[in-house]
Design a protein around this ligand. Structure first.
Ligand SMILES: Cc1cc2nc3c(=O)[nH]c(=O)nc-3n(C[C@H](O)[C@H](O)[C@H](O)COP(=O)(O)OP(=O)(O)OC[C@H]3O[C@@H](n4cnc5c(N)ncnc54)[C@H](O)[C@@H]3O)c2cc1C
Length: 291
């Protein structure tokens, strides 16, 4: 495949280490565009060659197939997509910036509101696509505007009223998210640090970070916790190949020893069946599966 001049895409690029699960095969093509022009050219070439396009953030909510991904995987990882700037009491940030970088930047400017996201290992783009959140808050609550590119290369600025955010979902998933304007409020750096430490402590108590994982595997069904249902089925510690249901948080699957995507999917099937048999509830995956 010939890419247009100025576009750099690598063929058969390993993705495993681009995810927190440390699982998965190669991308048929992989690119980290320098700026909007290169991104637009890449999309145009992918369209011309009928290649599906996937956007990768920090890979913290992803299970990538052992066979890899047919198509073009794009990661907005250049300095252009990681800019953060202060605008009054708002932050304007590129989608490639990590949540921890964003929280730190806000803290240096004495701006509060992002602390509940501390410890979520994603990028701003991934967090907006997934409407990431916890402790009854979600990133969508802070959004004033989002800059996106559609898959034809057209750029739009969407106001908060034009975007639908719901539980671990947003209408932004159909775009490439470029940037966002987030509304925060003034506070003291000391108070912000206190909040960050509190949320990190909650997280350390609740989650199992001992081995590579992708956070919660299943969405919580209405009024129930997926982790509790899985636990009540006696599945903590259940193993399939190198994949293992955490003893600490039953909605976490750990990559204990060179787990394959097949191992994880096998374990997910067992969990779904047991929960369905016992509670008549069909669990839905929260993680995105790229096959
Ligand atoms: C230990 C651990 C704890 C976690 N805790 C939480 C938690 O408390 N709450 C929570 O909500 N999540 C949690 N997660 C899941 C995950 O971190 C979040 O969903 C995060 O926001 C995903 O961001 P990412 O950049 O890693 O996205 P990725 O995993 O790379 O991608 C996720 C989805 O977002 C899309 N996407 C990524 N970037 C863009 C972009 N620029 N434009 C368009 N689409 C894009 C991808 O195509 C994919 O569909 C946790 C994960 C781990 C490993």
């Amino acid at each position: 495949m010939n890419w247009p001049r100025g576009c750099r895409a690598k063929a058969e690029y390993p993705l495993k280490d681009k995810t927190t699960f440390k699982i998965g095969g190669c991308a048929q093509f992989f690119s980290e565009p320098e700026d909007l022009t290169e991104l637009k050219f890449l999309l145009g070439a992918a369209k011309k060659n009928k290649l599906p396009v996937f956007v990768l953030g920090a890979g913290s909510n992803l299970l990538i197939s052992d066979k890899g991904v047919k198509g073009l995987v794009i990661k907005l990882n250049s300095a252009y997509f990681k800019k953060v700037a202060l605008k009054g009491s708002c932050l304007e940030a590129g989608s490639g910036v990590t949540l921890s970088q964003l929280i730190k930047f806000a803290q240096t400017k004495s701006l509060a509101g992002l602390e509940f996201l501390a410890g979520i290992p994603g990028t701003l783009g991934g967090a907006l696509a997934m409407n990431a959140g916890c402790w009854e808050s979600a990133i969508g609550d802070l959004v004033k505007e989002v800059g996106v590119m559609d898959y034809s290369g057209r750029i739009k600025i969407l106001g908060s009223k034009e975007i639908k955010f719901s539980y671990r979902k947003s209408s932004l998933e159909k775009y490439i998210i470029l940037s966002a304007l987030l509304g925060l409020k003034k506070s003291s750096r000391r108070q912000i640090q206190k909040n960050i430490s509190k949320y990190l402590m909650f997280r350390r108590k609740a989650q199992d970070l001992s081995q590579p994982n992708a956070g919660c595997i299943f969405r919580n069904p209405p009024q129930r916790y997926a982790g509790k249902l899985i636990d009540l089925c006696g599945l903590k510690g259940r193993r399939s190949g190198g994949a293992f249901v955490s003893e600490r948080h039953a909605n976490f699957i750990l990559n204990l020893s060179k787990a394959s995507a097949k191992d994880v999917l096998g374990l997910m099937r067992i969990i779904k069946k047991k929960v369905k048999d016992k509670f008549k509830i069909t669990l839905q995956p929260e993680i995105k599966i790229w096959a």
